[in-house]
Design a protein around this ligand. Structure first.
Ligand code: FES
Length: 162
């Protein structure tokens, strides 16, 4: 089992998960809602969580896994407190997205798709975020757009996200 971000014990985590499942018990139609709330609680959806959800809702583990892997929103691996999403759209690609990724890797020490050991950042590559005029661009936590990023600006940008 995984540890909760709030450092509660596994039993407590399971109790909280069951509270999410309970209103949907035996109702396969609640799968997406339960997965969403479970990921909010735990940060990702490891196998033991999928098994508990499958049993609670009365669906197969394969069905749960199929939904988790179909939607990019769901994650099978632990995510950091802050999500760094670097745009790989055409404008950003042309304007130095590769250099931006390399610089971020140098600073935080992980590759796209990975999370830093201190769970502070998850680095990922996304498609156009609608800020092409600011290429190369990155969006943090799905809301803060940083544009025309020069490698030397990266430490200062990341300092904003404890
Ligand atoms: S291509 Fe990067 S924001 Fe559009």
């Amino acid at each position: 089992m995984a540890e909760c971000a709030c450092n509660c014990g596994e039993d407590e985590l399971t109790k909280q998960l069951d509270k999410i499942i309970d209103p949907y018990r035996g109702q396969p139609g609640g799968l997406i809602q339960v997965l969403t709330k479970s990921q909010e609680l735990i940060g990702y959806l490891p196998k033991w969580v999928q098994v508990r959800i499958a049993e609670g809702l009365g669906v197969s583990l394969q069905e749960v896994y199929g939904v988790v892997t179909f939607y990019a929103f769901f994650s099978l691996i632990p995510r950091g407190r802050h999500k760094l999403s670097v745009c790989a759209g055409t404008a950003c690609y042309v304007k130095g997205m590769k250099t931006l990724i390399k610089s971020l890797r140098d600073v935080i020490g992980v590759k796209p798709g990975q999370t830093t050991p201190d769970s502070r950042f998850t680095l990922e590559i996304v498609r156009c975020i609608g800020a092409c005029g600011l290429a190369p661009a990155m969006i943090v936590d799905g809301k803060d757009v940083h544009g025309r990023i020069e490698p030397e600006q990266i430490p200062e940008i990341l300092e904003q996200y404890a």
